[in-house]
Design a protein around this ligand. Structure first.
Ligand SMILES: NC(=O)c1ccc[n+]([C@@H]2O[C@H](COP(=O)([O-])OP(=O)(O)OC[C@H]3O[C@@H](n4cnc5c(N)ncnc54)[C@H](OP(=O)(O)O)[C@@H]3O)[C@@H](O)[C@H]2O)c1
Length: 299
């Protein structure tokens, strides 16, 4: 494993990566911003000061930038604030990294695409339609002008399977079990990827010294409706709880890309068969909730 610092180790993906690095390097650096934690150093990516982290002096060889404002609606409503972090601050940090021996690893997004056709490859032309997507696309394009020691990992929707982790599958299960009618789009496709696979694929990319840009995702695309239906079936609930809509008929979603599914980069081919399938993930989430329900009934 390569000793790596995680900028944004208080975030969802950053925390999983940080935990993995800390298993091998108990002193590796992780940073937080508004969520102060004893094991994290404070770091404001809008005004990055790489030197204070002393990374080269402490044997780090890479930095993962997992800090961002990733909320799409928030970026749309606050484009300048989002840009200050997602683009200006991020590129300042990359520029500082370019003057060191540290490799830059940047987490990008499938929102760099307009979603008109899906199945986007590593080399597909970007075509963002949202502020968030434009900001990610700009960083993707600028990084190679600043350094050649970089890896851009382009992610799709990331979820976990821990009980109440408040990610995609868990939230769907929680709502369905409360008999809430949930609106799900049948025409919004993405490549849902387990957060543990994000960690294993990132470590693999580092081990193999993969440079440039690689799509890091599960190998199959799903719609939110398909996933919700699997969860309803697993929980033996009626699929009438699913209010199936076209994405663009949902007012808050009318400008969102429809099919941002990615083709997982060929560099990850040795890992394809080990990735978590949606069926495995659904089974895990159903089992989490079923066992909790039973223990509540029999308590
Ligand atoms: N989750 C997904 O499905 C997904 C999909 C595609 C791409 N991505 C990308 O993956 C990366 C990580 O996403 P995530 O879901 O883990 O995000 P997240 O949970 O929202 O975490 C965001 C991180 O950014 C930090 N941050 C916010 N403002 C900051 C500032 N001014 N300076 C420094 N750090 C700041 C947060 O720190 P505090 O919490 O301490 O304030 C937190 O550590 C992002 O680049 C995102 O665009 C995520």
């Amino acid at each position: 494993m390569i000793k790596t610092a995680v900028i944004g180790a208080s975030g969802y993906i950053g925390a999983h990566l940080f935990r993995a690095y800390r298993e091998t390097f108990p002193d590796c650096i992780g940073t937080g911003f508004s969520r102060a934690r004893q094991d994290l150093l404070p770091f404001d990516l809008r005004h990055p000061a790489l030197q204070v982290l002393n990374l080269e002096e402490t044997g780090h060889e890479a930095v993962i930038i997992a800090s961002a404002k990733p909320n799409i609606a928030w970026c749309e409503a606050h484009p300048q604030e989002a840009y200050a972090l997602n683009v200006t601050g991020t590129l300042k940090l990359v520029e500082q990294l370019s003057r060191t021996s540290l490799k830059t690893i940047f987490l990008s997004s499938d929102y760099v695409f307009n979603g008109e056709r899906g199945n986007y490859s590593d080399t597909a032309e970007t075509s963002p339609t949202t502020e968030y997507g434009r900001q990610k696309a700009e960083v993707e394009k600028e990084i190679p002008h600043l350094t050649n020691n970089y890896t851009i990992l382009r992610l799709s929707k990331i979820y976990g399977t821990d009980w109440r982790d408040a990610t995609l599958l868990d939230l769907l299960a929680a709502d369905l079990l409360q008999a809430k009618k949930i609106t799900v789009a049948s025409d919004q496709f993405f490549s849902p990827t387990h957060v543990n696979d994000v960690v294993s694929m990132t470590l693999f990319a580092q081990e193999k010294n993969i440079k440039g840009l690689a799509n890091l995702c599960y190998t199959q695309a799903y719609s939110r409706y398909q996933i919700a239906k699997k969860i309803a079936e697993g929980l033996q609930l009626s699929s009438s709880l699913l209010d199936v809509q076209s994405l663009h008929s949902i007012p808050a979603m009318k400008d969102r890309p429809l099919n941002t599914s990615l083709v997982c980069s060929a560099v990850f081919q040795p890992l394809y068969t080990s990735l978590t399938s949606i069926d495995e993930a659904v089974n895990q989430v159903v089992s989490n909730w079923s066992s909790r329900q039973c223990s509540q009934i029999y308590a």
